[in-house]
Design a protein around this ligand. Structure first.
Ligand code: PNS
Length: 167
């Protein structure tokens, strides 16, 4: 069989509002499969974000310092167009529970219809992160809950500051 010298690149897209330990878990797993991951903040029209794209980029930079073979970026446009531009052969997504499935399934099939060359790869989140999401972490933090074990330290600090200016 012919060996390809081509790098295996995947885009890991998301709102990352903000990045959580669950995302870090997927990145760690993804790096075992791909030579390079491009972690990209993208626009999800059905979500209202707490952090600006610049803030989210900064939090990703700080939180992903320990990883190599990572690139951090932001893009507003179609995910498959971005992936093709980056020469990525895959889109990486994390799957927590069955409740994620319908949305992820629909998005993966739409992306496949838009570009048949790009595959969506799902990795199952570590069980300790199955109940967490950026949204529920923000809600807990908003009402004074201790979420420090669920997010990188930089995110914990930033969330405290951001929420103190909100309320
Ligand atoms: O972290 P999220 O909010 O679940 O990520 C969803 C995201 C940002 C990956 C998705 O909304 C997305 O891909 N947005 C870019 C526009 C696009 O290509 N949508 C999918 C095909 S219609």
């Amino acid at each position: 069989m012919q060996q390809s010298a081509e790098q295996k690149i995947a885009v890991y897209p998301g709102s990352f509002d903000p990045v959580t330990n669950g995302h870090l878990d997927i990145i760690e797993r993804g790096l075992k499969l791909f030579d390079k991951l491009i972690v990209t903040i993208m626009f999800n029209p059905s979500k209202k974000s707490l952090f600006t794209v610049e803030e989210r980029l900064e939090l990703l930079e700080k939180s992903l310092e320990k990883f190599s073979n990572i690139e951090i970026d932001s893009f507003s446009g179609l995910l498959v167009d971005y992936a093709a531009k980056q020469k990525a052969r895959a889109i990486l997504r994390g799957m927590r529970a069955i409740s994620d499935f319908e949305y992820e399934f629909q998005m993966a099939l739409m992306n496949r219809r838009l570009n048949r060359e790009i595959q969506t790869v799902f990795l199952i989140t570590g069980t300790q992160w199955i109940f967490t999401s950026s949204s529920i972490i923000k809600e807990a933090a908003r009402f004074g809950g201790n979420i420090s074990s669920m997010v990188p330290p930089a995110v914990n600090e930033k969330l405290k500051k951001k929420l103190s200016t909100f309320y």
